[in-house]
Design a protein around this ligand. Structure first.
Ligand code: PEP
Ligand code: MN
Length: 276
């Protein structure tokens, strides 16, 4: 690997990213919530549902990087205020995406974790800005990026003095069209081999299909992922973005239970290092 200086390559201890009481990189962290914050009612309803089902963190986009300029772009500041209310009511820390350097300072006032999406993985100005913001950063893998390019992007954040980077494998583009992307689960052990950073998996954007999210979540646990981030909506068919892939509250509840059960079982297996 050229130009990668990540300390873990030199065998340093694993990074555990602290977000309130949550420890990403220790045990198994479940982040869940709607693709987009659409309204206060919708967000609060799902926030309470995922909390009850055992999620550790609430996700929800207020700034949506959409392929089409005519698609729902997110509620912006109003969305962030709704997320703040959801945190107050549930106690769940908030992870939300920031898409523009000019928004980082004020998104930072509302978010507990700043998300950099797949389309911005090589937006170097944005990476430097979130590196300076002083909050943990979830860096999604670019859909066209190699692991080396992804780690180079993580270095942009680390070089600003921010050690709290969580990597997220969310699927890459291949010739396969049945799934929305191809989930590169081998990236999980590769990242753990090469770096000290925690790595989680996004089975929602990786597969684009609710039926595939539970099996790929279980596979993520088996591969040693430190967590998952899953899209959940109170009524997926009415969602303003990614309606095809969001889980219902009931589907998420079942998933969380099974994933926790498997993680517990894996942790008990002799000689298998999983999640820690
Ligand atoms: C998201 O998590 O809301 C999102 C847009 O994901 P990605 O950047 O992986 O497409
Ligand atoms: Mn989405």
């Amino acid at each position: 690997m050229k130009n990668i200086k990540l300390a873990a390559l030199n065998g340093n201890a694993r990074t555990i990213v602290r977000v309130g009481d949550v420890r990403v990189g220790q045990g198994f962290t479940i982040m869940a919530g709607p693709c987009s914050v659409e309204s206060e009612e919708q967000t609060l309803e799902t926030a309470h549902a995922v909390k009850k089902a055992g999620a550790d963190m609430l996700r929800g986009g207020a700034f949506k990087p959409r392929t089409s300029p005519y698609a729902f772009q997110g509620l912006g500041l109003r969305g962030l205020k709704i997320l703040e209310k959801a945190r107050e009511e549930t106690g769940l820390p908030i992870i939300t995406e920031v898409t523009d350097t000019k928004d980082v300072s004020w998104v930072n006032e509302y978010a507990d974790v700043l998300q950099v999406g797949t389309r911005n993985m090589q937006n170097f100005a944005l990476l430097k800005e979130v590196g300076k913001a002083g909050k943990p950063v979830l860096l999604k893998r670019g859909m066209y990026s190699t692991i080396e390019e992804w780690l180079s992007s993580a270095e942009y954040v680390l070089n600003e003095g921010n050690p709290d980077v969580i990597l997220c494998e969310r699927g890459i583009r291949t010739f396969e069209t049945y799934t929305r992307n191809t989930l590169d689960l081998s990236a999980v052990p590769v990242i753990k081999e090469l770096t000290h950073l925690p790595i989680i998996v996004d089975p929602s954007h990786a597969t684009g299909k609710p039926s595939l999210i539970p099996p790929m979540s279980m596979a993520a646990v088996a591969a040693g992922s430190h967590g998952i981030i899953v899209e959940v909506h109170r009524n997926p068919t009415e969602a303003l973005s990614d309606k095809e892939q969001q889980l219902t509250h009931a589907q998420f509840e079942k998933l969380a239970k099974n994933v926790r059960g498997l993680h517990k079982c894996m942790s008990g297996l002799n000689g298998l290092e999983n999640g820690d």
